[in-house]
Design a binder for this molecule. Structure first.
Ligand SMILES: Cc1ncc(COP(=O)(O)O)c(C=O)c1O
Length: 390
C-alpha cells in the first residue's frame, strides 16, 4: 500500500527507549542534547516579536513565488551586513531550510541521482534524500588538529550521476567552516562538470574563535560565482526562532545557469506558495533583532566551552576536538564499546544524555556530541557526571 521510499525502520532506537524509561522513572535527567533554542533559557523580546506578527498588511494576499520583496530585501541586507552579497532577485523565501533543500533537490535531481554529503554530519539529509528518491554518497571530513574536507575522496566519489555537493558551513556537529582553499577546490571540481554546490549556512553566525581583532568573519557562499550555488539559511538558528518557520535559498553562479535555475525554481515554489504572509511581513524586524539572540548564544558557547575544557584538563583519557563554530562540542572518549551502547550506559548509570557519534555517521567509535546551548549549571553538572564514568 505504501511507497518503498517510506519503508523506514520506525522502531525506537536503544537510546530513545532508554530515555523514555529514564523519564518515566522520575530520576533527574542531565540532558546535554538540548538544541531547541526556545527551551534553553534565552531571553526574547516577546512584545516586539508579537507586534511584528500583527501587521495589518497580512490581511491581503499578494502571492509571489519567490516570497514578498520586503522579506527578500531583508535577507539581502543580512548578507550585505556581513560583507557578502545577495540580490533580492536571487532569493527565495521558504518555510524551512529543509524546504529549501527540497527545492534544490527537486530542481537538480532525477530519481537515483547522487548528492555528495559530508560525514560526519547531521542526519536530516538521509530522510530528505529518501523523500526525493536521491542517493547520498558520503565524502569524509578528516580530523587532524582540526577538521578538513577530504577533497581527494570527494573527487573520487563523483560519478556521472552526481548532481550536487552539499557543504555544511559550519558543519553540524564538527563545527568546521570551509576554508578559502577548500572552496576554490570545490569550485574547480564542480563547475566544469555542471555539479551544483548546496551550502547549508544555518550556523554561519556562530563562530567560536572569532573575535573582531583576531579573525575575519567567515564568508558566506551566497556570492560564490564559479559553480552554480544554492546557499540556505533561516531564522531557526540565525535568530533562534525555529517555530516561526522562515528560511531562504540564495542562487548564485554563472549568469546563464543561475537565470535558468531561478526560472525553474519559480515554478517549484509557485506550486506550493508555502511561506505565509504574517511571517514574511515580520521577517525584516525579526531578522534585525538577531544580534540580541546571537550575543546570548556567543556568551553561552564561550562559558560552556571554558567549563568543558577546565574539567577535561584533569582527565587523561578524555579530550575535546578542535571546534570553529556551531552549537556542539565533540568529546573524545576511550572507544571501548560502541558509542550507542556507551550513550545508553551513561544515561542509565549517570542520568546524562548525550548523542553518540554514531548518530552523526562518525566512522569510528569513541565520540560523544554535547550541546553547548545547554544552560550553564546543567551543562557543568552533566559534564562532571559524564567524566566520572571514565
Ligand atoms: C545543519 C542543519 N541544517 C538545517 C537544519 C534544519 O533547519 P530548519 O529548521 O530551518 O529546517 C538543521 C537543524 O538542526 C541543521 O542542523
Amino acid at each position: 500500500m505504501f511507497s518503498s521510499r517510506t519503508n523506514w525502520n520506525l522502531a525506537p532506537n536503544p537510546l530513545s527507549e532508554a530515555l523514555a524509561r529514564h523519564r518515566s522513572s522520575g530520576r533527574p535527567l542531565f540532558d546535554l542534547t538540548l538544541s531547541n533554542p526556545t527551551d534553553c533559557g534565552f531571553e526574547y523580546n516577546s512584545a516586539a516579536m508579537l507586534e511584528s506578527l500583527a501587521n495589518p498588511a497580512s490581511l491581503e494576499y499578494t502571492p509571489d513565488p519567490q516570497g514578498l520583496l520586503s522579506a527578500r530585501s531583508a535577507v539581502a541586507g543580512y548578507y550585505t551586513a556581513r560583507g557578502d552579497e545577495a540580490k533580492p532577485a536571487d532569493i527565495f523565501i521558504t518555510v524551512s531550510t529543509s524546504e529549501a533543500y527540497s527545492f534544490a533537490f527537486r530542481l537538480l535531481c532525477d530519481p537515483g541521482d547522487e548528492l555528495l554529503v559530508p560525514a560526519p554530519s547531521y542526519p536530516l539529509l538521509d530522510f530528505l534524500a529518501d523523500l526525493h528518491d536521491v542517493k547520498l554518497v558520503r565524502y569524509p571530513l578528516l580530523y587532524d588538529h582540526g577538521w578538513q574536507i577530504d577533497l581527494h575522496s570527494l573527487a573520487l566519489a563523483i560519478t556521472p550521476r552526481t548532481r550536487a555537493a552539499v557543504v555544511i558551513h559550519p558543519n553540524n556537529p564538527t563545527g568546521h567552516y570551509c576554508k578559502p582553499a577548500e572552496i576554490a577546490r570545490l569550485n574547480e571540481l564542480c563547475a566544469p562538470r555542471e555539479i551544483a554546490l548546496i551550502a547549508d549556512e544555518v550556523f554561519l553566525d556562530f563562530p567560536i574563535a572569532h573575535t573582531p581583532t583576531t579573525h575575519t568573519q567567515p564568508c558566506s557562499f551566497a556570492s560564490n560565482s564559479a559553480a552554480l550555488t544554492f546557499t540556505l539559511s533561516g531564522l531557526s538558528k540565525i535568530c533562534g526562532l525555529p517555530q516561526i518557520k522562515a528560511a531562504w535559498l540564495v542562487a548564485s553562479g554563472p549568469a546563464k545557469l543561475k537565470q535558468q535555475a531561478i526560472a525553474r525554481l519559480e515554478v517549484i515554489a509557485d506550486s506550493y506558495l508555502s511561506p505565509n504572509s504574517p511571517v514574511q511581513l515580520a521577517l525584516p524586524s525579526l531578522l534585525a533583532r538577531r544580534g540580541e539572540f546571537q550575543a546570548q548564544v556567543a556568551a553561552r558557547l564561550r562559558s560552556n566551552l571554558g567549563a568543558l575544557d577546565r574539567m577535561i584538563s584533569t582527565h587523561k583519557s578524555v579530550s575535546r576536538l578542535a571546534l570553529e563554530g556551531g552549537w556542539n562540542a565533540i568529546v573524545r572518549v576511550p572507544a571501548i564499546r560502541p558509542d550507542e551502547a556507551l550513550a545508553v550506559e551513561l544515561l542509565e548509570s549517570k542520568g546524562v544524555c548525550v548523542h553518540p557519534g554514531h548518530f552523526y555517521n562518525f566512522a569510528d567509535d569513541g565520540y560523544l556530541v554535547v550541546s553547548l546551548l545547554t544552560p550553564e549549571p546543567l551543562f557543568a553538572e552533566g559534564i562532571a557526571r559524564l567524566l566520572s564514568a571514565f
